[in-house]
Design a protein around this ligand. Structure first.
Ligand SMILES: [Zn+2]
Ligand SMILES: [Zn+2]
Length: 426
């Protein structure tokens, strides 16, 4: 099954700092860390492929249950409403909230389903020691869809919904919700057990006597590493021979793209915070609330922990992300390698926390789908909901377009002036 598709199967370059390594022969349960920046490069699950297979099968069963069964029940002023996940999407679309319906449908329903199906498909073949047909497509789809799966963020949103609506209505979480929780747990464990980069390692054969490394960093040695499967190629190669991804020594126009996206997100931050995110009509009375207004209301109600969570997710994290990305771009623009370890850690934090800002968007979407009771009470998203959702998605793209390897690059004059420094961590 294994493929040997490049003259350099024995080498591996860290995707964060570009340091070259000899490809390790890992046993089950072992991971390989970058000796320069400490980044987790590749690993082998201690339970082999059986555990991720069982987890993804359980996640698929839970997903089907969560879709088919009712999710939440609302009682308000003698009116009752039961909402399932698909009916929430339909309801949002029917009430002209197309963008929110698309976010809920894609990020909470389709992304987890696609990642579960891709994982199951690949594992069915890999468990039999066979190369999966069309494996390039399915591995890439698995990498992409697991990035956009935001079901874990949605669980926090449900907690906020319960706290916000506790004085307005009686809310009952039904079987669909508990199946959804089980799906989130199984899929997170499956993701942790089988990162996409680790799947590719099954397909790469390295020789038992690896050749010595030609240099310390891939670019300096005239090599380029595939960011999807880790296979190292000559710098003249345009596409990865294993996974067909485009090869770039550094992401093209990385700083320009990150700058454009960060500026767009920064502009959207103002309408997202100044305009109402949610409009409630209760017995004819119209109440508009902004993000910060919602936080203050939660605080005044005495639900301090939820107020702090919403403040961090909706106000602090987006702003901190914009500042952090601007700082990282400034470091690269200055062209000097100062504190690259700390800057790399900062970049990883930005990557991890980004999606948690979607909490408020999902809260508004859930309340809007739940509370559509005609003249009695309705909740609709304000203009800020669209601006905020767009801002979060744009900052996710901004973090993705940034190339952390540039933090480790130096100007040619600096390269000659200093001996390269090395700090082993593994
Ligand atoms: Zn590294
Ligand atoms: Zn590749």
């Amino acid at each position: 099954m294994a493929l040997k598709t490049t003259p350099f199967p024995d080498w591996l370059a860290c995707p964060v700092c570009d340091e070259l390594h000899i490809r390790p022969h890992l046993l089950d349960g072992q991971i390989a860390l970058c000796k320069n920046c400490g980044n987790h490069i590749v690993g082998r699950n201690p339970h082999g492929l059986d555990l991720p297979f069982a987890l993804s099968l359980a996640a698929l069963t839970a997903w089907i249950t969560a879709i088919l069964l009712p999710f939440i029940h609302v009682s308000f002023g003698g009116q009752n409403q039961t909402v399932s996940l698909p009916s929430a999407v339909t309801m949002l679309a029917e009430h002209s909230m197309t963008l929110l319906a698309a976010f809920v449908g894609l990020l909470l329903i389709m992304a987890p389903l696609c990642s579960i199906l891709c994982m199951l498909y690949l594992l069915i073949f890999l468990n039999r020691n066979r190369k999966p047909p069309f494996y390039r497509f399915f591995l890439k789809a698995y990498s992409r869809t697991r990035f956009w799966d935001m079901t874990d963020v949605y669980l926090i949103s449900i907690l906020v919904v319960l706290v916000k609506a506790v004085h307005m209505a009686d809310i009952l979480l039904l079987y669909g919700f508990w199946a959804f929780c089980l799906q989130v747990l199984c899929i997170r464990l499956a993701f942790a057990a089988l990162p996409p980069r680790d799947i590719w390692q099954v397909l790469i054969t390295s020789s038992t006597l690896p050749r010595p490394l030609p240099g310390k960093r891939a670019m300096e040695a005239g090599l380029v590493s595939c960011h999807i499967c880790t296979l190292v190629h000559s710098i003249s190669q345009k596409r990865c021979l294993l996974c067909s991804s485009p090869l770039h020594s550094r992401k093209p126009q990385s700083i320009n793209r990150t700058l454009a996206l960060t500026l767009t997100a920064a502009i959207l931050y103002f309408p997202a915070n100044l305009y109402p995110i949610m409009i409630t009509v209760n017995m004819g009375e119209v109440i508009s609330s902004t993000i910060l207004g919602g936080v203050i209301l939660l605080w005044e109600t005495g639900v301090y922990s939820v107020a702090i969570v919403v403040f961090f997710a909706s106000v602090f994290i987006p702003l901190a992300k914009l500042i952090a990305l601007s700082y990282l771009m400034g470091c690269v623009y200055a062209g000097r390698r100062i504190f690259p370890h700390d800057q790399t850690k900062l970049y990883k934090i930005v990557e991890v926390i980004g999606k948690w800002s979607m909490v408020d968007v999902f809260v508004v979407a859930t309340l809007a789908a739940m509370v559509q009771m005609g003249p009695l009470a309705t909740i609709e998203p304000g203009i800020a909901a669209t601006a905020f959702a767009a801002m979060v998605v744009i900052t996710l793209f901004a973090a993705e377009t940034f190339d952390p390897r540039k933090l480790w690059d130096r100007k040619p004059e600096e390269k000659h002036a200093h001996e390269p420094e090395r700090t082993g961590t593994s």
